[in-house]
Design a protein around this ligand. Sequence first.
Ligand code: NAP
Length: 257
Amino acid sequence: MVGGLLEGKNGLILGVANQRSIAWAIARSTSQAGARLAFTYQGERLEENVRSLAGALPGSVVLPCDVLDPAQVDTVFQSLRDEWGRLDFLVHSIAFAQRADLEGNFSETSREGFRVALEVSAFSLVSLARAAAPLMTEGGSIVALTYLGSVRAVPGYNVMGVAKAALESCVRYLALDLGPRNIRVNAISAGPINTLAARGVSGFTSILGQVRERAPLRRNTEAAEVGDAALFFASHLSRGVTGDVLYVDSGYHILGI
Ligand code: NAP
């Protein structure tokens, strides 16, 4: 029973594209635990989706935010300051790489493709944490989503693996920086889940099958399992944990062969 675990807490969730999004599963877990939530969308294309999903959660706030635009990032936090005064947790569930860089040979990655993947998928965590910290006046929790391709070479994941390695490193350095203010920073390394972003990775379906066949739990990861792990990080239950990466992947990452 998790009801009340996040009662009175305010959370910002970035990365809801549709109801399959991991960010949406996190929204469900944290709102069921009592959190009041704000969501962002990137561009008008997704605004309606996000507004209609958020509409199911009374009191939620919806704001535009392309993490490549520093003015939009500033406006999000100014709005939350005006609306709530305080932020307790932030979920970074955002990644992007050009499609051409998610297939073929990693050695062919373009300079621009490398820059964009790292900026959207890793640097954004730094800029968001910097903007969020002044609002986390009673301490806070920042959670980012990562994948095993950061520490293993996964065919097709390519430049996104490099971006996730950078993201995980950012988690550790941010944890070191923000720990004295009682702001914790962690990552969840999720097993493959069928979402919009995942379908951009070539060979994704066969990766799903591999996990189902070989993971210790012999099944794929459900978004709700990641949602509940994020709830743990957002709550006081994880108060002694920072700078860490928690694998929610049916145990797949422990395999040798
Ligand atoms: P998703 O539903 O497609 O979510 C990805 C989100 O990132 C989308 O809302 C997307 O918006 C947003 N985004 C991309 N560029 C952005 C920008 N410049 N500014 C703001 N938002 C931007 O896919 P997901 O699988 O839930 O992905 C969420 C996170 O989980 C990502 O970090 C992903 O790498 C990670 N993850 C996923 C899996 C998996 O198998 N699904 C496994 C491990 C980790 P647009 O649609 O507008 O681009």
